[in-house]
Design a protein around this ligand. Structure first.
Ligand SMILES: Nc1ncnc2c1ncn2[C@@H]1O[C@H](COP(=O)(O)OP(=O)(O)OP(=O)(O)O)[C@@H](O)[C@H]1O
Length: 266
């Protein structure tokens, strides 16, 4: 099995702040990882590094067989499908959905004078259908609901047929129905053997799609625990990650967590 990501003692610092502290992490082909952690834990920094947007301050980051710092990131980035709120903000509001997706072939946001062939357009259309956005092909991005925008962004991230798909909080801002739709879409992607390795960032265990295989839990820039979901997703690890005593349940492959209530003796 090929290794997709291999981080060895990766540290990221900005001034006096340590954003990631000696992270060791391996992602293999076929893995579907959830990255969980509270606000400010370092999740976005971690996936920015894994998508070759930033470099480590120290340590070694291997991505798709290349080492960050010794590779042209402009050749590496097209091999990684990446969605984030920061990218979504750069998408012109008057761009139609098909163009939002097809322009990923050139790694640009916003169509200008690039030439795309019919195969590119066909692929963009097929991907929008695959993520349940078939009715949105000709709608401008600015007129879409938050959930619809998330679907278009996932189709865009898949456009280059990436070897690694990284989704930074795709469920943020969605209502209950939107979240459930997204979880189903992600579950279909996760269980498709042709899908690339997937890394999905979230704050909530309720957003873990059935079919995901591994979890990495971050707290204060450090890894609390990482490994197969069945072994690592425990009340103890989750409580440490979020800094409070939590009760965890799982039903039909879906997780739920809530604060453990104290019993008062009278
Ligand atoms: N350039 C910077 N200089 C100093 N600190 C920074 C810088 N960028 C990020 N940080 C801090 O690093 C920490 C990790 O940030 P990051 O965005 O990776 O967290 P996160 O887990 O994605 O948080 P959230 O869930 O709130 O999005 C935060 O405390 C943040 O304030």
């Amino acid at each position: 099995m090929n290794t997709v990501l291999e981080l060895a003692d990766v540290t990221v610092r900005r001034g006096q702040a340590t954003l990631l502290d000696a992270i060791n992490w391996t992602v293999n082909e076929g893995d579907r990882w959830i990255v969980l952690g509270a606000n400010g834990a370092g999740k976005t920094t971690l996936v920015q590094l894994c998508s070759a947007q930033i470099h480590p301050t120290s340590g070694v980051a291997g991505i798709l067989g290349e080492v960050l710092g010794a590779v042209d990131v402009f050749e590496l980035r097209p091999r990684i499908g990446y969605t984030s709120a920061a990218i979504a903000e750069r998408i012109p509001r008057d761009e139609i959905s098909r163009d939002v997706v097809v322009s990923a072939s050139y790694g640009v946001v916003g169509r200008w004078r690039e030439q795309y062939d019919d195969l590119d357009h066909d692929r963009a259309r097929a991907l929008l259908l695959e993520v349940g956005a078939g009715k949105l092909l000709d709608r401008t991005f600015g007129t879409l609901s938050e959930g619809e925008r998330k679907r278009v962004q996932i189709a865009r991230a898949l456009m280059t047929d990436p070897e690694l798909l990284i989704l930074d909080e795709p469920a943020a801002g969605l209502d209950l129905g939107g979240r459930e739709d997204l979880v189903s879409t992600m579950s279909v992607l996760a269980t498709d053997s042709l899908s690339p390795a997937i890394v999905l960032v979230s704050h909530h265990v309720e957003e873990i799609p059935p079919g995901f295989t591994h979890v990495l839990m971050l707290r204060d820039a450090k890894v609390v625990a990482a490994g197969p979901l069945a072994e690592v997703m425990t009340e103890a690890n989750l409580s440490t990650t979020f800094g409070m005593s939590l009760q965890l349940s799982v039903e039909d492959g879906r997780y739920a967590a809530r604060r453990r209530t104290r019993r008062h003796l009278v």
